[in-house]
Design a protein around this ligand. Structure first.
Ligand code: DLZ
Length: 156
């Protein structure tokens, strides 16, 4: 099977923050819906999901940091969609965002999920944000698994 499988989680004790970029918002809104569907499926309560929008993916690490500092969320999902254009913006932003989010994971001690599509074309972005291939579903489940691990409700 391609990708990753998840067990059935009980996320009823979890508080989850979602920070999403408005760039390519047709895609990011659909990814956020995929995240929320997965969170609900895992038992996360609607009132325990906090959302925040930022302009573009470059702003995701700062938005995620704000959610971690200003709220009591256990885990943050950072959602963005970068589509390669004709300049070097794509490479710089992909690099900055992935490093920024990883640094935040390790510095804050709370899980920050990398929910950023990095696509060569708009078609790729569309196919990865819709239906059963909506990558937001996997990011939502990853958030629950890592949040439960962080709360010591899962694993060792
Ligand atoms: C500038 C820019 C470009 C060219 N492309 C994207 C993109 O595909 N996806 C995305 O989320 N954001 C893009 N941005 C905006 C940057 O992330 C950022 O918002 C601006 O550079 C301001 O810091």
């Amino acid at each position: 099977m391609k990708g990753v499988s998840f067990e059935d989680f009980d996320g009823a004790s979890l508080k989850v923050g979602i920070v999403a970029a408005r760039w390519n918002d047709e895609i990011t809104l659909s990814l956020v819906e995929g995240c929320k569907d997965a969170l609900r499926e895992c038992g996360v309560l609607e009132e325990n999901i906090t959302g925040l929008f930022v302009p573009g993916s470059f702003e995701l690490p700062m938005g995620a940091k704000h959610l971690l500092e200003a709220t009591d969320v256990d885990v943050v999902i950072a959602v963005g969609c970068l589509i390669k254009g004709e300049t070097m913006h794509f490479e710089y932003i992909c690099d900055a965002v992935s490093h920024g989010l990883m640094k935040l994971n390790l510095d804050s001690g709370k899980p920050v999920i990398f929910g950023v599509l990095t696509c060569l074309t708009e078609e790729q972005a569309k196919s990865r944000s819709q239906g059963e291939n909506n990558h937001g579903i996997g990011w939502g489940k990853t958030a629950v698994e890592m949040g439960l691990m962080w709360k010591k409700r899962l694993g060792i």
